[in-house]
Design a protein around this ligand. Structure first.
Ligand code: 5GP
Ligand code: ZN
Length: 112
């Protein structure tokens, strides 16, 4: 966990372009945007990925989706956006701290 870059971003040890923060989560812009709008929302609790969501920690996921709805409205793209979480090697997860990509600001292509 000490080597986790997203935990370091939460701790302020690595700078980020912060959008929103509360006691449960942090939202910040992705360093390599894949769309005109691309930010990440992460729980402050270190969970390695979506496969670690269980009955004890699931409430933060609903909270994060509510935060996403609020932020996309503030940024004026709440009419169309995509939320993605990559879980594990096969999905190409590179940072092993649960995170939700929020993508928008253009017509998004289909994916597989
Ligand atoms: P994944 O590939 O794990 O689903 O997504 C990880 C995302 O984190 C990538 O889109 C990558 O650009 C982003 N990322 C990696 N390191 C940093 C960083 O230090 N700062 C920010 N803002 N984003 C990062
Ligand atoms: Zn972490």
């Amino acid at each position: 966990m000490n080597d986790c870059i997203f935990c370091k971003i939460i701790a302020g040890e690595i700078p980020s372009k912060k959008l929103y923060e509360d006691e449960l989560c942090l939202a910040f812009y992705d360093i390599q945007p894949l769309a005109p709008q691309h930010f990440l929302v992460i729980p402050k609790e270190h969970l390695t990925g979506a496969n670690k969501i269980d009955a004890n920690n699931a409430a933060v996921v609903g909270h994060i989706f509510a935060v996403i709805a609020k932020l996309t409205a503030q940024l004026n793209f709440s009419d169309g956006y995509r939320v993605v979480t990559n879980c594990g090697e096969d999905a190409g997860q590179t940072v092993k701290h649960l995170h939700f990509h929020v993508l928008g600001g253009k017509q998004l292509g289909s994916f597989n």
